[in-house]
Design a protein around this ligand. Structure first.
Ligand code: HEM
Length: 103
């Protein structure tokens, strides 16, 4: 595999990951936000792998216990450091905190 084809394979995998996240249906206003349907799909495999040293972004219990810190980093734009989240996506995590993650 030439270096060029490796780069293009990585780039297309990255684009696919971003497209998959972009296509994750965000819940409408007033619609209940569920972890499995709305929150977990927002975290890429790369995000999960990178953050396993601290918590598991695909685990409801882990995200619940670190919810405030996670939404803090997301809204500050400091995480994920390679792909800034649009505000409407950060808002979904905040809505889940407001509705059940802060219990
Ligand atoms: C409490 C919240 C968070 C803290 C304190 C935090 C902190 C960190 C730290 C210290 C690293 C560097 C680890 C290293 O050098 O190996 C890192 C890497 C990373 N984090 Fe987070 N993070 C948080 C939340 C998140 C979230 C919510 C995401 C994704 C949505 C995320 C995605 C990433 C990625 C992709 C990397 C790897 C960056 C790279 O190597 O290019 N992090 N984070």
């Amino acid at each position: 595999m030439t270096e060029q084809s490796t780069i293009s394979a990585d780039t297309s995998a990255h684009h696919m990951a971003v497209d998959a996240i972009r296509s994750t249906a965000l819940p409408a206003a007033g619609e209940p936000v569920t972890f499995g349907t709305h929150i977990k799909p927002l975290f890429r495999a790369r995000d999960r792998q990178s953050m396993r040293f601290a918590f598991d972004l695909w685990s409801y219990a882990d995200v619940k216990s670190h919810a405030e810190a996670i939404v803090g980093q997301l809204s500050a734009g400091s995480m994920p450091c390679d792909a800034l989240w649009p505000a409407e996506r950060v808002d979904i995590v905040q809505r889940s905190i407001d509705s059940y993650m802060s219990e």
